[in-house]
Design a protein around this ligand. Structure first.
Ligand code: FMN
Length: 162
């Protein structure tokens, strides 16, 4: 096996949550399923996601200047699959997956475990992805919820269900 395959197999061993990045760019909504979400800084409050260049998500965020991240609940595998589907176009409203607007005017996935909205802080192109850093301006989390997980190319949930 070459390094490319070894690299992919090694990365697939990292367990993560599942998030959907969304943005509203001039009235067009678009979202993308990601596992590359990370906290970056507490002061100021910064988070990041890594977005592939084959996808329109990073340029749409750069055009709109803001975005949201919805952390999915274990019941939201259909949202994860929908926002990972190839060939989708931006839409004028929420379609297929129920969404809601935050007070600050960002679209998020309804019923998410938690969500954060951000202004675009910085975008850094590296390799075939762009590291999109957001400054968090709104955040919300549900008390009673269990996260959707992703590990070795499959959706998982916590064994104790809590
Ligand atoms: C669990 C999961 C995690 C993903 N994580 C990322 C990610 O962090 N960054 C990214 O650019 N794409 C990620 N993807 C891929 C995109 O969601 C999407 O499937 C891919 O960009 C193909 O869509 P497109 O043809 O519209 O680009 C992930 C997909 C899945 C299922």
């Amino acid at each position: 096996m070459g390094i490319e395959q070894d690299f992919k197999h090694a990365l697939a061993s990292w367990a993560s949550g599942v998030a959907v990045v969304t943005t509203n760019s001039s009235g067009l909504l678009y979202g993308l399923t990601v596992s590359s979400f990370s906290a970056l800084s507490l002061d100021p409050p910064l988070i990041l996601v890594c977005l592939g260049h084959a996808n329109r998500m990073a340029p749409m965020i750069e055009a709109s200047g803001g975005f949201a991240v919805s952390l999915l609940d274990t019941t939201q595998q259909s949202a994860a699959q929908y926002f990972a589907r190839t060939g989708r176009l931006p839409t004028a409203d929420f379609v297929e997956i129920e969404g809601q607007w935050t007070a600050g005017g960002q679209p998020v996935v309804a019923g998410a475990l938690a969500w954060l909205t951000c202004t675009l802080h910085r975008a850094i192109e590296e390799g075939d992805h762009t590291i999109v850093i957001g400054r968090v301006i709104e955040a919300s989390a549900r008390a009673e919820a269990s996260p959707l997980l992703y590990w070795r190319r499959g959706y998982r949930e916590l064994a104790d269900g809590s």
